[in-house]
Design a protein around this ligand. Structure first.
Ligand SMILES: NC(=O)c1ccc[n+]([C@@H]2O[C@H](COP(=O)([O-])OP(=O)(O)OC[C@H]3O[C@@H](n4cnc5c(N)ncnc54)[C@H](OP(=O)(O)O)[C@@H]3O)[C@@H](O)[C@H]2O)c1
Length: 290
């Protein structure tokens, strides 16, 4: 049984990015990423801090633009338009969740598709499904890269994804079903209305959990020798210490006895997400430079 080390694989991708950034800098351009945050959500702030640190390490110039919690839709879209025009920035991300009075889809649609490095503009979502070149959303892109780079290429495999969210499950389905290298999988997507979930998950060569429910994928739901990828990040109380800790959607300790490869939480899919966002930013810059 192999533990798929997301930190190590993310580190390898980051080394590749470092040399690409160095080349771009030699040509006189520094890749730039603009992040917009509205209000004061602590989890969002800590996520952006992680991105900022990662960008700093590989030489991407990242700036965060903070809007107040009572910002208007028009104010938010004006900021996006301003960043669309700003040549310093090759990528723009809008941190979710937004305060309830704002429309996230409308705001995401305002991000120029050529700067949409998180692939959330519906134009890019459509391109993804059509198999056209586009910016793949960072979490599902990270899962695909983790599979390929750990020697668990999804080609021809029976992949079962648990979760159909717009940010993970659906785009991951779109990526893995494409007729292209590192994809070509037969994909099944499950959700809360799936009948007899264990009978479906047991068929998976590659089982991907993205449900946001702690440890719901138990050993009896996993086929012998499956590859298990855990996207879930859940904060639960550790009964031994009474402190909060992060666990995945997979009951790691028991499932690892059946799986042939498995990602841990933390240290699995998480480090890949920020890495692929940076990869998309570097690519956006490369495209602009021709
Ligand atoms: N590693 C990373 O970088 C990263 C990035 C993003 C998210 N995440 C984590 O990934 C998890 C999923 O995030 P998300 O935004 O995709 O979540 P989400 O929007 O809440 O979607 C959860 C999906 O799982 C399905 N689901 C929930 N419980 C289920 C069950 N018992 N059986 C079958 N399906 C079930 C839901 O089905 P319905 O559609 O029927 O409701 C829904 O489609 C979260 O833990 C999140 O923190 C991690």
């Amino acid at each position: 049984m192999e533990i798929i080390d997301g930190k190590k694989i993310a580190g390898e991708v980051r080394e590749e990015l470092k040399s690409k950034v160095a080349k771009l800098k030699e040509g006189g351009v520094t890749p730039g990423l603009a992040a917009i945050i509205v209000g004061d959500d602590p989890a969002s702030r800590s996520y952006l801090k992680g991105i900022s640190k990662g960008c700093g390490n590989i030489g991407i110039n990242m700036e965060t633009f903070e809007l107040p919690a009572d910002a208007t839709q028009e104010g938010l879209e004006n900021k996006i338009e301003e960043l669309n025009r700003d040549e310093k920035f090759h990528g723009i991300i809008l941190q979710l969740p937004l305060p309830k009075h704002l429309n996230a889809l409308k705001a995401e649609s305002a991000i120029s598709p050529r700067k949409d490095v998180d692939g959330t503009n519906p134009v890019n979502t459509g391109k993804l499904l059509l198999g056209e070149d586009t910016f793949l959303p960072s979490t599902p892109y990270g899962v695909q890269q983790l599979l390929v780079r750990s020697g668990n290429n999804p080609e021809g495999k029976n992949v079962v994804i648990c979760g159909r969210s717009n940010i993970v499950g659906k785009p991951l389905m779109g990526i893995l079903m494409q007729k292209r290298e590192g994809a070509n999988a037969t994909v099944t997507v499950c959700h809360t209305r799936t009948k007899d979930l264990p009978s479906v998950t047991r068929q998976a060569d590659i089982l991907i959990a993205a449900m946001g429910r702690p440890k719901v994928i138990t050993a009896d739901m996993v086929g012998e020798g499956a590859v298990v990828i855990d996207v879930g990040v859940n904060s639960v109380e550790d009964p031994e210490t009474g402190k909060r800790k992060l666990v995945g959607d997979v009951d790691f300790d028991n499932v690892k006895e059946k799986a042939c490869a498995i990602t841990p939480v933390p240290g699995g899919t998480g480090p890949m997400t920020v890495t692929m966002l940076m990869a998309n930013t570097v690519r956006a810059c490369e495209i602009l430079m021709g």
